[in-house]
Design a protein around this ligand. Structure first.
Ligand code: NAP
Length: 254
C-alpha cells in the first residue's frame, strides 16, 4: 500500500469536490477527507446515496458537506458553468477536485464494441472530467494550495483484451493529466496528478470480476493514504505523477 500517514487535521478548512461520492472509492474518499477536516462537496447521480454519505459525515462530527446531484452522462456545458457559479457563490474558491466517478461499459472485443456504449463511457470517464476541470480552474486558482486528482487504472497504462472503451478512457485520462500538468507547471499553487486505485472491493470491481472473492481485496478505506497525500499540503511539489494506491512507494519518494 502507498505509504503515508496523514495528520488528523490534514485538510482543515479545505473545500474539496469529490465526484461519484455516493459509493465505492468516492464515498470512502469523501469520508476520509471530511474526517481530516475538509468541507466536502458530494457530487453524484444517485441522490439517496449522497444523502447517506452526508448523514455519515454529520454523525461523525465533520464539517457540513454539500450535495450536488449531477449525471455526468447527460450534463452539458451550462450545467458545469452552473456548478462553478454555485461553488463560487457558496465558498468563493475550491481547494481540490477528485475526478472519481466512472463506469465500466461493456467487456467485449474492440471488433464487437457498441459505438453508443463507447461514447457513453468516454463521456462519463473522460469528457466530463475534462469539462469540469476546465470550468473549475478559475475557482481552483483562488486557492493557495489546490490539487486536482484524476482516476486511472492498470488498464490505462497497458492495454488488455476486452476492456474496450474503459481502458482507452483511462489511457486518455493519464494523457489529460500529463498535458494539464505540463501547462500549469509554473503555477506553484496548483497541481494535478492521477491515482490508480488497483483492485478494490467496490460494486464496479464486483461487476467486472463476478467470480472473484471480494474479501481478498482491500477496501476503499484501506487505499486512502494515496488520496490523502495527493490532496494535502505534503504533496504541494508533486505535479504530473500517476501513483499506485496499492504500490510499494512511500510519500517521501515523490
Ligand atoms: P463504483 O463503486 O461503481 O462507484 C462509481 C461511482 O461513480 C458511483 O458513486 C456512481 O454513482 C458514480 N457514477 C457513475 N456514473 C456516473 C454518472 N453518469 N454521473 C455521476 N456519477 C456517476 O466504482 P469504484 O470501483 O468506486 O470506482 C471509482 C473509480 O476508480 C472509477 O473511476 C474507476 O474506474 C476507478 N477504478 C476502480 C478500481 C476498482 O478495483 N474498484 C480499479 C481501478 C480503477 P452511482 O452510485 O449513483 O451509480
Amino acid at each position: 500500500m502507498f505509504n503515508y500517514t496523514a495528520p488528523n487535521d490534514l485538510l482543515k478548512e479545505r473545500i474539496i469536490l469529490v465526484t461519484g461520492a455516493g459509493d465505492g472509492i468516492g464515498r470512502a474518499t469523501a469520508l476520509a477527507y471530511a474526517k481530516t477536516g475538509a468541507t466536502v462537496i458530494l457530487l453524484g447521480r444517485t441522490e439517496a446515496k449522497l444523502d447517506a454519505v452526508y448523514d455519515e459525515i454529520e454523525a461523525a462530527g465533520g464539517a457540513q458537506p454539500a450535495i450536488i446531484p449531477m449525471d455526468l452522462d447527460s450534463a452539458t456545458e451550462p450545467d458545469y458553468i452552473e456548478l462553478s457559479n454555485t461553488l463560487f457563490d457558496t465558498f468563493g474558491r475550491l481547494d481540490g477536485v477528485v475526478h472519481n466517478a466512472g463506469v465500466l461499459g461493456a467487456r467485449t472485443s474492440i471488433e464487437n464494441y457498441d459505438p453508443i456504449t463507447w461514447e457513453k463511457v468516454m463521456r462519463i470517464n473522460l469528457t466530463a472530467p475534462f469539462i469540469m476541470t476546465q470550468t473549475l480552474l478559475p475557482l481552483l486558482r483562488r486557492s493557495e494550495d489546490a490539487s486536482i486528482i484524476f482516476t486511472s487504472s492498470g488498464v490505462g497504462r497497458k492495454g488488455r483484451a476486452y476492456w474496450g472503451a474503459y481502458a482507452v478512457s483511462k489511457f486518455a485520462t493519464e494523457g489529460l493529466m500529463q498535458t494539464l500538468a505540463d501547462e500549469i507547471e509554473n503555477e506553484p499553487n496548483l497541481r494535478v496528478n492521477a491515482i490508480n486505485p488497483g483492485g478494490t472491493r467496490t460494486p464496479m470491481r464486483a461487476y467486472a470480476y463476478p467470480a472473484e472473492d471480494p474479501f481478498k481485496l482491500p477496501t476503499p478505506e484501506e487505499i486512502q493514504p494515496a488520496y490523502l497525500f495527493l490532496m494535502g499540503p505534503d504533496s504541494k511539489q508533486v505535479n504530473g505523477q500517476s501513483i499506485d494506491a496499492q504500490g510499494d512507494m512511500s510519500a517521501s519518494q515523490l
